[in-house]
Every structure is written in C-alpha cells, then in structure tokens.
Design a protein around this ligand. Structure first.
Ligand code: GLU
Length: 482
C-alpha cells in the first residue's frame, strides 16, 4: 500500500432490518483495518430502496455498532467533511454525476414502459436466450426529465479481471454487463451507481463487502472507467456458514440480531473477539485477544478466502474468558447494570460472590439467574433452617451422627478468631476431622446447615462468605433441628 495514502474504509448498510452477525462482521473488519492503519472509518447509510426500508433500522445499526465499540470517525450521527452520510440526502451528487454521463452520451432515459420491458423479457425467455436490455437500446437518446429511469450505456462489453485484496485475481464477464439503471423513476439512485459516487466523494480507499457483489463488479468497473475514477481496493469477506459448514448461515441457524446477544448477557469484548475470528486469525496460536491486540494483529492477508463456520458454543467460551479477564469491580458493575436494565433486583452481595459467579457462568444472564436462584439464597440475611430430611441427605446419614458432627464442627470453629475466619482457615481447621470421620458425614450436614439448599457452593466457601457469627449460628440452629 502506498504509505502516502491514508486508509479510508466504510460500512454502508441498507436500513432494511436488524444487524445480524454477517453485517457486523463486515463492519468490524473495515473498522479493524482502518484502526490498524491509523485511517478513517465511515458509517454511511444506503437508504435508496425506499420499498425495502424498515423503520427503526438506522437507530438499531447505530446502537449495535456503539455497543460493540465500533466507533466511526465520520458518518451518520457524527457528521464529517463529506456530510450528509445518508444517501437519500445526497441526491444532488448523483444528479451531478448523472449529468456528466449524459453529457458524454453514455447515460440515457429509458424510453420503454414497464409493460414493454416485460414483453422483451418474455420474448427472450420464449426464445431461450438471455434477456439483455442493451439489445433494445434506442438509436437516439431523448432528454431525461428525471421521471423515467436513467440507464448507463455500457461502453464496452468485455470480460473484466481485477485484484481482490482477499481473494486474489477474480474475473467476471459479459453476462454481468448490461445497460443498468443509474437513477430510478422515483429519483433515487441504484446501489450500483450511488456507492461508486459516494466512495469517490468520501475518499474511500478500501471496500470490504460480501461475496454477492463479485458478479456485479464488472458493472462497477465499467462505471469507474466511464467516470475516469480509480476504483478503491476491494476485499471480499468470507461467507459465514451454518454450524454444519454446508450452507450459508441463515436465521434458522442462529443468524440473529446482534443486540439479542447483549440481552443474553454477552459482553462486547467477547463478541468482537468471536466475530473477528469468523474468517480471520492472527496467524499464531492466540485465541483470547483484546481489541487492541486484534487491531495490532489484523491484516487482510490472514482473512480466509473460504467460508467460515459460525459456532455459538465458541462464542459462549469466549464470553466466559472475557468475563474472567474483566477487573472484578468492573465485572460486578456490568452485572449490576445488566440486572437493572432487565428489571432484576441486583442483590447487595454481588461483590462477595463474584469470584464464584465468574467461574461458573458463561454469560451475565446466567450469573444474574444464579443470583436469583436458591443456590445463592444462603447469602440473604435470613434463610429458613433446613429440615432434618435434607440435613441427613434423605436418611443416608444417621440423625445422631449428623448432629454430633455439626456440634463438633461448631466447637472447633469457635477457636478461630473472627478476623482470620476464611474459607481456607475453616478448611484447615476441620478437614482432618472430616477425613477421619468420613467427609460426606461431616461436610454434607455442614453445607446444608449453611446454605439451606440441596445444591450450593462447598461448606468452606460458604463459611468464608458468611463469616464467623452467621456460620456458627446456622450450624447450631441446624443441630437443634436434629
Ligand atoms: N448497502 C449494501 C448492503 O447493505 C452495501 C454493500 C457495500 O458495502 O458496498 O449490502
């Protein structure tokens, strides 16, 4: 790459629905590339297909990118030197370049009605030959009033070959080259025309986009030629495949709204790490990486040509790893915020049990649910004293035996000073006794006495969390039941 030219990339979604993983991955790669090369990343909205537009999509796109930390230097909502960044507000630019093409004699108003075009199409089909608009190109061009489609007169029908920064040499040919529409009868440009003008005016140096655009590339290249513009670099992203690796990822296989992951308790650090690894890797053994490390390692040479599988289990794994990497205080804050946002009451003891939660839950949602479940009921000020049935493990331990051990444990623990009362000191104090007497017989009643539950953390952890007073009083209360 020419060191003189500053890298400019863009993400140019159409506001036709929610952001799914494919779209976000494209945005991420364009952003990583810009950040890696200290360039500019633009967010442009391609809203020229008014029929397909879905209300609320733009806000949704913005929210999704911001959640992931994919910040743009220029674009909708933030402005910039090439504003506006909403295509529907850039119609004057498209008119300007349309006029250049008209003046050169390579754009012309479509003289046919829809019915006439349909009849041509039908005839071609009946004669089993491909329908080409250029076969019906008028001899002389009328004056374009802006109320009929404006078509590009493809100057030369030939095979094009070009370089793709990911795929290498690609080519596509004549079949893609027909007199395509530049501006529709509703006054809006087509994607084919608008993105070329915008990329040019915004100084875009690298386009990252999906595979489906390869077959149209000859159209784009012929238009760049006609406008005497140098095309930007093109990098085609690998297809995201369903987990079985056989077909393109669809809604059924989990191509869901990226904000759903936020609601399920995934954190952006993990999403970014996971998404960056769908079709790229740093070329070494590393997997769990911070965004700074990913930016540093990112290069198009390591983006795969072939399709990449979407594996939600791997996302779960990344999420736990990144939750564990958060400073503990930050983990607690995120968990509290997550619970508040969902109308769940965040208990006061989150900080005390965070070290347990982070090792057992993969998502913030799992941790939040655990906090609200019986498993952590022991942390509440008052817990019901367990019934003897539970204390004796449903009769497996004799009542007198369970009682004897509880009393002995409480007697031993009294010797520990309040300040040094911890999971470790408790374990040290009673472990030998428990081993001699049979661990189950000693530790089960003790654990149930402290937690009141069939399932809970181990009795040492519980003692450490509860502190000396509560530990002793719960053990004594339980012994009194037996
Ligand atoms: N608006 C196009 C889309 O959403 C963008 C393609 C491109 O990046 O050029 O698919």
């Amino acid at each position: 790459m020419n060191p003189e030219s500053k890298v400019v990339t863009r993400f140019a979604p159409s506001p036709t629905g929610y952001m799914h993983v494919g779209g976000v991955r494209t945005a991420l790669y364009a952003w990583l590339f810009a950040r890696k090369h200290k360039g500019t990343f633009i967010l442009r909205i391609e809203d020229t297909d008014k029929e397909r537009e879905v209300a609320g999509s733009i806000g949704h796109i913005i929210e999704s990118l911001r959640w992931l930390g994919i910040e743009w230097d220029e674009g909708v909502d933030v402005g910039g030197p090439s504003a506006p960044y909403l295509q529907s507000e850039r119609l004057a630019s498209y008119q300007k370049y349309a006029k250049i093409l008209i003046d050169k004699g390579i754009a012309y108003p479509d003289p046919y009605t829809e019915e006439e075009v349909e009849a041509f199409r039908k005839k071609a089909e009946d004669e089993k030959r491909p329908f080409l608009y250029r076969d019906h190109r008028p001899e002389t061009f009328g004056v374009w009033e802006g109320t009929t489609p404006l078509r590009f007169k493809v100057p030369e029908v030939k095979r094009y070959e070009w370089h793709d920064d990911v795929r290498g040499t690609l080519s596509a040919g004549e079949e893609a080259l027909d007199d395509f529409i530049l501006i529709k009868s509703d006054g809006y440009p087509t994607y084919n025309f608008a993105h070329i003008i915008d990329d040019y005016e915004m100084g875009v140096t690298h386009i990252m986009r999906a595979q489906e655009f390869i077959s149209s590339t000859p159209k784009f290249l012929s238009l760049y030629d006609a406008l005497e513009m140098t095309p930007p670099h093109i990098a085609t992203m690998p297809v995201i495949l369903a987990p079985d690796g056989k077909k393109k990822l669809g809604k059924r296989d989990g191509a869901k709204d990226v904000l759903e992951y936020r609601a399920e308790g995934y954190i952006p650090e993990a999403m970014v790490n996971f998404l960056s690894f769908i079709g790229w890797n740093p070329g070494d053994e590393r997997e769990v990486m911070t965004v700074a490390e990913i930016i540093d390692a990112f290069s198009l040479e390591h983006v795969h040509k072939a399709g990449a599988k979407f594996n939600e289990e791997k996302l779960l794994w990344f999420n736990q790893k990144h939750l564990q990497l958060l400073p503990r205080q930050e983990y607690c804050n995120r968990l509290r915020t997550f619970m508040h946002e969902r109308g769940m009451e965040a208990p006061s003891f989150i900080d005390a049990v965070a070290h347990l939660l982070v090792n057992r839950s993969h998502t913030l949602l799992e941790a939040a649910n655990a906090l609200q479940s019986d498993e952590f009921a022991f942390m509440h000020e008052t817990t019901d004293t367990p019934v003897s049935e539970l204390l004796t493990q449903h009769g497996k331990i004799e009542t007198v035996v369970a009682k004897k051990h509880l009393l002995k444990v409480s007697e031993m623990l009294k010797n520990l000073a309040t300040e040094s009362f911890s999971d470790l000191s408790v374990k040290e104090m009673i472990f030998e006794y428990a081993t001699q007497e049979g661990r189950g017989n000693v530790l089960w009643p003790m654990r149930v006495a402290l937690s009141g539950q069939e399932k809970s953390p181990d009795p040492f952890t519980l003692s450490g969390l509860l502190g000396k007073d509560k530990t002793l009083s719960r053990i004594e209360q339980a012994a009194a039941v037996l």
